[in-house]
Structures are given as C-alpha cells and as structure tokens.
Design a protein around this ligand. Structure first.
Ligand SMILES: CC(C)(COP(=O)(O)OP(=O)(O)OC[C@H]1O[C@@H](n2cnc3c(N)ncnc32)[C@H](O)[C@@H]1OP(=O)(O)O)[C@@H](O)C(=O)NCCC(=O)NCCS
Length: 167
C-alpha cells in the first residue's frame, strides 16, 4: 500500500470525517453540518489523510482572528474580514496511521498560510497534546478572561497556542 498522504477533502469524505471525529473525540462532539460548513467556507484548509482507499484522518483549518476561538459545534456563518491567523480547528488520525502525519499536515497548512499572506498559525491543544504542538513550533499563549471562558468548553487541559511563521 502506498504511504498515507494528505489530500484536499471533498464532500464525499464527510461521512468518513464524521466517523473519525466521533471515534477520536467522543467527548467533544460536533454536528456533521458544522464540519461541512468549514469545508464549504474554506476548502483549501480541509484535508483528509488518504491511506489506500481508506480515509485515516482529517485536518480542518480556516482563517480567523488571534485570541479568538470559535465555540465547538457552532457554525462560523462566515469568515471574518480582518483575519490574522490560520486557525487549526482539529487534526485527528486513527491510531494505526499516526507518526509524522501531524507534522506533514502542519507543513501544508503553513504553506497555505504563507501563500495567503497570513503570518501565524493558531490552535487549541486538547488531551495533553501541548508538547506535541510545541515540537511543531507552537507556543502556549496566556489567555485573557474572555478566552479562558471559551477554552472551558474544550476540556480542562485546553491550551491556546500560536506559531509565528518566520519570513
Ligand atoms: C494529534 C495527532 C494527529 C498527531 O499525529 P502524529 O502523526 O502522531 O504526529 P507527529 O508524529 O507528526 O508528531 C509531531 C511531532 O510531535 C512529536 N510527538 C508525538 N507525540 C508526542 C507526545 N505525546 N509528546 C511530545 N511529542 C510528541 C513527534 O515525535 C513529532 O516530532 P518529530 O517530528 O520531531 O519527531 C494524533 O495523535 C491524533 O489524532 N490524536 C488524537 C486527536 C488529537 O488529540 N488531536 C489534536 C487536537 S488539538
């Protein structure tokens, strides 16, 4: 079987994305329509990990504003006009296919940000993945009270992180 690779997600991948999300994030459920909206608003940021004929993971990102996080399971409605970061909403990969794939996804998203004139990446680290994201160049950022409130819906260990893209 050829090596798993990230490719652009299509509408027909939504069922597979939803199934992986339900398996990997049982405590952070999101409606299929909420995931589908991201694909509609910003298809460039939505990728799936293709492993042969199987979908083994997904990564969803969209332009956003730093120090702001969209609440889980809510529609974005539209992308803001004043964007200053590419926000990685989620990366989730089935256990058998992990190893180097988050790094590969972030490299693609970094390239996308640069080509769109966006100079930083943002995300919320959950499940104690902070060290993993630090390995990929993200730094934890002190959250103000408003951001702390929003982070609460992501669970106790949720940490807001940014990565500045060097020129
Ligand atoms: C997060 C996830 C996609 C990472 O996939 P992966 O293929 O294992 O990640 P990578 O191997 O590309 O890891 C990136 C780097 O972090 C390192 N790393 C991996 N796990 C780590 C850990 N627990 N602690 C510290 N570093 C870690 C890797 O060694 C790699 O560094 P290197 O390239 O310098 O060796 C996968 O673990 C997953 O789906 N987890 C469940 C969902 C989840 O937590 N998503 C994140 C939500 S914020």
């Amino acid at each position: 079987m050829s090596k798993p690779h990230w490719r652009r997600a299509h509408a027909k991948d939504l069922d597979a994305i939803g199934a992986i999300a339900a398996r990997i994030h049982p405590d952070l459920p999101e409606r299929a329509e909420v995931l589908a909206e991201k694909m509609r608003l910003y298809p460039d940021g939505c990728r799936v990990l293709a492993a042969g004929n199987e979908i083994a993971g997904y990564g969803l990102a969209h332009p956003w504003m730093q120090q702001q996080i969209p609440p889980l399971d809510c529609f974005l409605e539209r992308l803001p006009e004043d964007v200053d970061c590419l926000y990685v909403h989620d990366v989730a990969v089935l256990p058998d296919h992990r190893g180097g794939v988050a790094r590969a996804y972030v490299a693609e998203i970094e390239q996308l940000a640069r080509s769109s004139g966006i100079t930083r990446l943002a995300l919320v680290s959950v499940y104690g993945t902070r060290l993993l994201w630090e390995r990929l160049g993200f730094q934890p950022v002190a959250a103000d009270a408003a951001l702390r409130d929003k982070l609460a819906s992501y669970g106790g260990s949720a940490t807001y992180m940014l990565r500045e893209l060097a020129e």
